[in-house]
Design a protein around this ligand. Structure first.
Ligand code: PLP
Length: 382
């Protein structure tokens, strides 16, 4: 179970890719559908019992009639990664990293983060009895910072920004013997997040969709999906890959520009902090994965992201933070550009919840009426 057969360096990035002895025997036959550990044969774990106790994985794949109507995509599915301990897809990578850190008898675990990794790691480390050493850019959101502090994390605000925080966290891990959970260098983060692809396949009745749309910052969420779907092919569960559409913000689109063969272009910024990554650590691999799947990158404006937050919540009941809503905004752009046919089975991954970013909610869909307590007043409004 879970025996890695090879670690292969991925061209021009610090990442190594883990390979297994692939075959149908690695796919789950039974087991708990609400847990990521049901895929442990495809994770770098031996048969020791799992010690990490927060429940992770088994997030719902939602069929939402209002959203299907609004998007004019009758076969749209929402993979809702907000239903997880700290409401983002980062909890999968935190779970596997903390489990490995416990097995290596580490005392502390570290990562750099734009926000969600930090919250996820702070909570996950607390639950695992590990110390969290978190490196963030000085501009980190106040709400997310409070959550890290509440969980007892030691937070280093790095004045030079996220990329510098990332390099420093790695150096500190090497120097002080902390477990390094940094995305894009620790292959465990990719391995954990690939379980989203495996779940989608199982939840669609052991079938892969035509298209998966996913927001892209560093591009590891996307590459993890790609690896999951590739491994389903290698395990002979399917004969094709879904097309992957990576969504970037118009104000920060280095992956899209690289995919187009252009230079990186100006970085103007975006309200979507989870995808505000100017030099993605996983760029080469993410671009390769999109090409291999015959997919695409699209870019969306901050206005479109805010409109997507409104539509997801009011037509689908899904509370998405800006980076997560980007996948729905990008889906509409891809549909209008003819990259998605309305008859296709499309999955949009919603990577993080608006509950952590209530101050960013546009709140355009509903209405407030201050009234006297009579039925006549209600009738007047209606
Ligand atoms: C981290 C994150 C992303 C982007 O993931 P990458 O792996 O950096 O591409 C998207 N949305 C949310 C909410 C995130 O936290």
């Amino acid at each position: 179970m879970g025996i890695v057969t090879a670690t292969v360096p991925v061209e021009s990035s610090g990442l190594v890719e883990l390979r297994y002895r692939y075959g149908p025997q690695l796919l789950p036959a039974g087991g708990d559908p609400t847990s990521m550990w049901r895929y442990r044969a495809l994770l770098p774990l031996d048969d020791q019992p799992i010690r990490y106790s927060l429940p992770v994985g088994g997030t719902p794949l939602l069929a939402l009639p209002g959203l299907r109507r609004a998007s004019k995509l009758p076969n749209l599915w929402i993979k809702d990664e907000t239903r997880s301990p700290t409401c983002s897809n980062k909890d999968r990578a935190t779970a596997l990293s903390c489990e490995l850190a416990l097995r290596e008898e580490k005392i502390a675990i570290t990562a750099a983060s734009t926000g969600n990794v930090a919250v996820s790691l702070a909570i996950g480390a607390a639950a695992a009895g590990l110390e969290a050493m978190i490196f963030v850019a000085a501009g980190v959101g106040e709400g997310k910072l409070r959550l890290m502090l509440q969980a007892g994390a030691r937070v280093f605000k790095v004045e030079e920004g996220y990329e510098a925080a990332f390099r420093l966290s790695r150096k500190a891990a090497a120097k002080f013997g902390w477990y390094d959970r940094n995305t894009g260098v620790n292959p465990a983060t990719l391995e954990a997040k690939k379980t989203v692809a495996l779940e989608i396949w199982e939840q669609l009745g052991r079938a892969v969709p035509d298209v998966v749309v996913v927001p892209a910052g560093d591009g590891t969420t996307l590459s993890a999906l790609a690896k999951g779907f590739r491994e389903l092919v290698l395990c002979r569960a399917t004969d094709h890959l879904p097309r992957l559409i990576g969504v970037q913000a118009e104000g920060c689109q280095p992956l899209k520009r690289t995919w187009e063969g252009k230079r990186c272009g100006p970085i103007r910024g975006t309200c979507a902090d989870g995808i505000y990554v100017a030099s993605p650590s996983n760029a080469a691999t993410a671009v390769r994965d999109v090409k291999e799947s015959h997919g695409a990158f699209v870019a969306v404006s901050d206005e479109a992201i805010l409109a997507a937050m409104d539509e997801l919540a009011s037509r689908g009941g899904v509370l998405a933070e800006p980076a997560a809503a980007a996948s729905y905004a990008g889906l509409l752009v891809a549909r209008d550009a003819g990259l998605i046919d309305p008859s296709e089975i499309v999955v949009a991954e919603i990577t993080g919840s608006a509950l952590k970013t209530p101050h960013l909610l546009p709140c355009q869909a509903g209405s407030v009426h201050t009234i006297r307590a009579t039925l006549a007043e209600i009738e007047r409004v209606l």
